[in-house]
Design a protein. Structure first.
Length: 384
């Protein structure tokens, strides 16, 4: 069947690093990618076909993007989902469906959806706006307080072990979740197209920085049994299918002390836990995201090598225009791949890029990561 070129006009809500890394796939398929972002010369705007400057909840800006696009997708989920639900009734196709975005925006509603769908997840209760410590004690300690909305990259999450922790609680509408004891957190990237075809990547093991509560590094494949890997893939696919829409999804999972799998939460977009797929897999998460948007056959998710991916975080004590140190030393490390995100301002703790290391041995990759961290620094140009 013949198709006219360009294949499509793809609108992306959000012009951050995830849209930036989608651009090469769009260019390879001659897809015109336009991003909506409030920041002039945003990370994705630097490499996209075009950028509309506007807020992600602005009805006029969203309408303009939809008018200039055949298909619309997302760089992040903090968008005007209700507005998009009205626009989805027009000519433009929005992937994933706005109703799914609205559901996922609220972590409490996510949890309720999993419970109603028979998807295993940690026990939880809603505590609303004005909870008291007695309710927390009755639920059981330790537990995790989570904000209904607005949490990302470790924000909106607070572990409660004592009354002192409770005194420092989140002052927002929230719910309590049972603390899952266990050392392993997994993530599975899942892609589904409109025809119903669905594929899952190998589970990755996430190692979280306890200070920043951000992903420190991930290893692929996860260092768990083959049976658990398969179970994680099947649960992740079942979770995505429960939404009844297409797109790319990052499914985060807990492994309990007893070896059971629990769904933590889902991101309806590209995800940190899929960045290694650019170098390590037959088809990257971004290539398959584009294929899902275009309803094209999905590519192989085969993992060709062991991979380790680590965030590049803005160094403490500095802010301002980004400065990189130790690049010469970094590039002497075998099989390291650096991705910088094009952010104009560097702040302590801000994600400025990532590194992926490829090889055949986990321990060797850890050594390469340590070597990179001993040499490479990204910081602002002004001391704080």
């Amino acid at each position: 069947m013949s198709k006219p070129l360009p294949l499509a006009r793809l609108g992306v809500i959000g012009g951050g690093q995830l849209a930036r890394m989608l651009a090469p796939a769009c260019n390879a398929h001659q897809v015109q990618m336009t991003v909506l972002d409030p920041i002039h010369d945003s990370p994705a705007g630097q490499v996209a076909y075009g950028q509309i400057r506007g807020a992600l909840h602005d009805p006029d800006a969203l309408k303009t993007l939809c008018e200039q696009s055949d298909i619309v997708t997302f760089d992040l989920e903090n968008v005007g989902a209700d507005i998009l639900m009205t626009l989805a009734n027009q000519r433009v196709e929005i992937i994933p469906a706005p109703a799914t975005i609205r559901l996922i925006q609220n972590k409490f509603e996510q949890k309720c959806h999993y419970k109603a769908s028979g998807i295993p997840t940690a026990d939880f209760i809603n505590i609303g706006d004005y909870p008291d410590f007695a309710a927390v004690q009755a639920f059981g300690l330790p537990c995790v307080q989570k904000a209904h909305t607005g949490g990302y990259d470790g924000r909106g999450v607070h572990i409660i072990r004592s009354s002192d922790d409770w005194d420092r609680r989140l002052k927002t509408t929230s719910f309590l979740e049972k603390f899952v004891s266990g050392e392993t957190e997994l993530a599975v990237m899942v892609v589904r197209r409109a025809s119903g075809e669905i594929v899952a990547y190998d589970p990755v093991e996430m190692v979280v920085d306890p200070t920043l509560n951000l992903l420190d590094y991930l290893v692929a494949p996860a260092r768990v049994s083959d049976a658990l890997k398969l179970s994680a893939q099947e649960l992740a696919k079942r979770t995505v299918e429960s939404f009844g829409t297409s797109g790319l999804f990052g499914v985060e999972l807990f492994v309990t002390d007893h070896g059971d799998l629990l769904v933590n939460e889902v991101a309806p977009r590209a995800h940190n836990s899929g960045h290694h797929t650019i170098e390590a897999c037959t088809t990257s998460q971004f290539e398959n995201q584009l294929r899902a948007c275009l309803d094209l056959p999905l590519g192989s998710t085969e993992l060709r090598d062991i991979a380790l991916t680590a965030n590049l975080i803005g160094a403490p004590g500095f802010a301002g225009s980004p400065v990189i140190e130790g690049l010469d030393e970094l590039l002497q490390i075998p099989d390291v791949h650096m991705h910088l995100y094009g952010k104009e301002e560097c702040r302590p703790g801000r994600k400025m890029g990532h590194l992926t290391f490829i090889g055949q041995n986990y321990d060797e990759l850890i050594k390469r990561l340590e070597s990179a961290r001993n040499s490479l620094v990204i910081r602002g140009d002004t001391p704080q």
